[in-house]
Design a protein around this ligand. Structure first.
Ligand code: NAI
Ligand code: X2X
Ligand code: MG
Ligand code: MG
Length: 356
């Protein structure tokens, strides 16, 4: 483990240099890894593991669009693609990558398929932390471990194909075999993590639910919508409002933040912009902090988890979600965004005249 200083606080992280892929393969050479679920994380993790040379099979409901997707991705029914129960029985490591609500529905089946010494693997602390609400209580004789990639399964796969790694957190809830640490580390490297930082199931789920409801997804849409509405109410055109709210951020400024931090992005903007941003950021912090405090309370009390379970356990949850996503897609801001995206040079066919 490498000890690194994160802004003055020392933390241990596992890097690919100290736990290389060869070591991961050696650690898991006698294991069959059953990836259950082929939604977003399932394909990313299963394909990365397969390409990295691990013995991996997929378990997925037949007669579902994601079963068909698995077949398209090269998984072969009866060979390395099975129904969930059969895959869980064959696996010595069971990667439980159904949706968090799906995990509750299928738990009795998966529990029945676990043998002493197996490992049960999650990519979220949800099922275990909120066990009173999920009923997911693993038997004592299996390892219970977590590797949570800090990003979409789509990014995990894309970054793997580019030779990069996505950071993941890892945790051990139960070490029945004495091998939980080496198993979780090898799996973390195997699924394509860049580095692994240690956490607990509870800290993972509290921070993850806060982050996705907050700055990563919920808060950012809220802030975009507020600014866009104010610009529009003051007579600015949709294209101007979209460009000043979203397009410039994603195309020009966020890549600079990613590269070298916020001060670096500021330093590459005008002194006029810097003056204003430095004056205004604290007002936005102070205005939104109570919302974040309320959000964390809801997460810690389990009420956020319950809302998610209730809504995602309904028969028609996919249709309902699609309606709500369509509401975003059909809003003026994101329709304007669609037109703006078409104008990006990489999306604009070069006209013959212009090329001449
Ligand atoms: N989406 C992502 O990129 C991330 C997801 N995670 C975690 O990874 C896990 C998997 O999440 P996603 O890939 O987003 O899941 P998902 O929502 O895409 O669903 C995965 C699979 O679950 C199956 N499924 C759902 N309900 C079922 C049921 N009742 N019976 C049988 N199969 C059922 C679906 O067929 C689908 O193949 C979750 O714990 C999630 O919190 C963690 C990090 C990021
Ligand atoms: C992609 C990710 O890490 C999220 C936002 O937490 C999730 O999809 O649950
Ligand atoms: Mg996350
Ligand atoms: Mg999440």
């Amino acid at each position: 483990m490498a000890t690194l200083n994160f802004g003055g606080v020392e933390e241990e992280v596992v890097t690919r240099e100290e736990f290389p892929l060869d070591k991961a393969r050696e650690t898991l050479k006698d294991e069959t890894i059953a990836v259950l679920g082929y939604g977003v994380q399932g394909p990313g993790q299963a394909l990365n593991l397969k390409d990295n040379g691990f013995n991996v099979i997929v378990g997925q409901r037949k007669n579902s669009s994601t079963w068909d997707k698995a077949v398209e991705d090269g998984w072969v029914p009866g060979e390395n693609l099975f129904e969930i129960e059969e895959a869980a029985q064959k696996g010595t490591i069971v990667q439980y990558l159904l949706s968090d609500a799906g995990q509750i529905a299928v738990w009795d089946t998966v529990k029945g398929a676990l043998n002493p010494g197996d490992a049960l693997y999650f990519s979220h602390g949800f099922g275990i932390t909120y066990k009173d609400r999920t009923g997911i209580i693993p038997p004592d004789d299996v390892d219970v471990i977590l590797v949570a990639p800090k990003g979409s399964g789509t990014s995990l796969r894309r970054m793997f194909l580019e030779g990069r790694g996505l950071n993941s957190s890892y945790a051990i809830f139960q070490d029945a075999t004495g091998r939980a640490k080496e198993r979780v580390t090898a799996l973390g490297i195997g699924v394509g993590s860049g580095y692994l930082f240690e956490t607990t199931f509870k800290d993972e789920v509290y921070s993850d639910l806060t982050g996705e409801r907050g700055t990563l997804m919920g808060a950012i849409q809220g802030i975009f919508a507020a600014q866009y509405d104010v610009l529009r109410a003051n007579g600015h055109s949709p294209s101007e409002a979209f460009n000043e709210t979203v397009e410039e951020l994603t195309q020009s400024l966020m890549p600079l933040v990613a590269e070298n931090g916020m001060d670096w992005m500021y330093a590459n903007c005008s002194t006029t912009a810097q003056r204003g941003a430095l004056d205004w950021w604290k007002k936005f912090r102070d205005a939104t902090k109570p919302v974040f405090e309320n959000l964390y309370e809801e997460v810690a009390a389990g009420r956020e988890a319950q809302r998610s379970i209730d809504s995602n356990s309904k028969e028609d949850y996919r249709e309902k979600l699609e309606e709500e996503l369509a509401e975003l897609r059909e809003s003026e801001m994101w329709k304007a965004g669609s037109t703006v995206r078409q104008l990006r040079p990489e999306n604009t066919p070069v006209e013959e005249e212009a090329a001449e």
